[in-house]
Design a protein around this ligand. Structure first.
Ligand code: SF4
Length: 239
């Protein structure tokens, strides 16, 4: 079996991102670029995506801490043998054509083509990370000028890879998500809170207040109480 040292010996450098040419192939007139990580957030909950990427809100919870640790341990967590395949770890990736940028945890440069691997905590729940991995594939195709047909998500809780095939349907959904996120970034708006089962594990629940903002009448009542003019001398209420 290859050791992590064997894999490191096979690391390769991918091309560096060139500066955008003035008047070059920018994705749209206002040049808004979409972070690849936003696609998973958007797929999970558009409001979560806007809180993070429009309002720059970020709060740690047990899930985000585990996620950070999973990425920090990316060199040791996945013992799937690389079998002598050159790899690139933690590399910046981008697509000028799609206005996308981000980072790939690991790319195996297999004889049949690049094979991106994304590291996640927990186990597989939902298809949200598939969009993120597919966006990585779209970037690598543009950067390396070669098709990227498959990749994998490594789930630390079960220490297993789940292979993803980048078929037409997934590519279409990924492109739609990219444009939806770009429109949201452009508008700078905060979508409504669904206030459903997703909120239970959301790290932004305290910032989002889904139970409050999902009930307009309650929100109006709270706003009314907050902005009630103070009574009495000095702004205090008379006893
Ligand atoms: S708390 Fe719920 S509505 Fe708010 S961002 Fe998280 S998942 Fe979305």
């Amino acid at each position: 079996m290859d050791t992590p040292e064997d894999e490191l010996a096979g690391e390769v450098l991918l091309p560096e991102r060139p500066d955008a040419e003035p008047g070059g192939d920018e994705p749209d007139e206002d040049g808004i670029e979409v972070p690849i990580s936003a696609l998973e957030h958007f797929s999970y909950c558009p409001r979560q995506c806007a809180l993070i990427h429009v309002e720059q809100t970020y709060e740690e919870n047990v899930f985000t801490v585990r996620g950070t640790l999973a990425h920090e341990r990316v060199d040791t967590g996945d013992d799937t043998p690389a079998r002598g395949v050159p790899v690139a770890r933690g590399i910046p990736i981008w697509s000028h054509r799609l206005g996308l940028f981000g980072k790939a945890d690991l790319v195996e440069l297999r004889p049949e083509g690049p094979y991106p691997v994304e590291y996640k905590v927990g186990r597989r729940e939902g298809l949200h990370p598939d969009l993120q991995l597919c966006a990585q594939a779209l970037c690598l195709e543009e950067m390396l000028g070669t098709p990227v047909r498959r990749g994998a998500i490594f789930y630390r809780a079960v220490r297993r890879r789940h292979e993803i095939v980048f078929e037409e349907g997934l590519r279409r959904r990924t492109l739609l998500a990219i444009e939806a996120v770009r429109a949201m970034l452009r508008a700078g708006s905060l979508p409504a809170a669904p206030n459903d089962a997703r909120c239970k594990h959301c790290s932004l629940r305290d910032a989002c207040l889904p139970q409050v903002v999902a009930e307009p009448a309650r929100l109006r009542g709270l706003q009314g109480a907050l902005f009630q003019p103070a009574e009495g001398p000095g702004g205090g209420r008379d006893a």
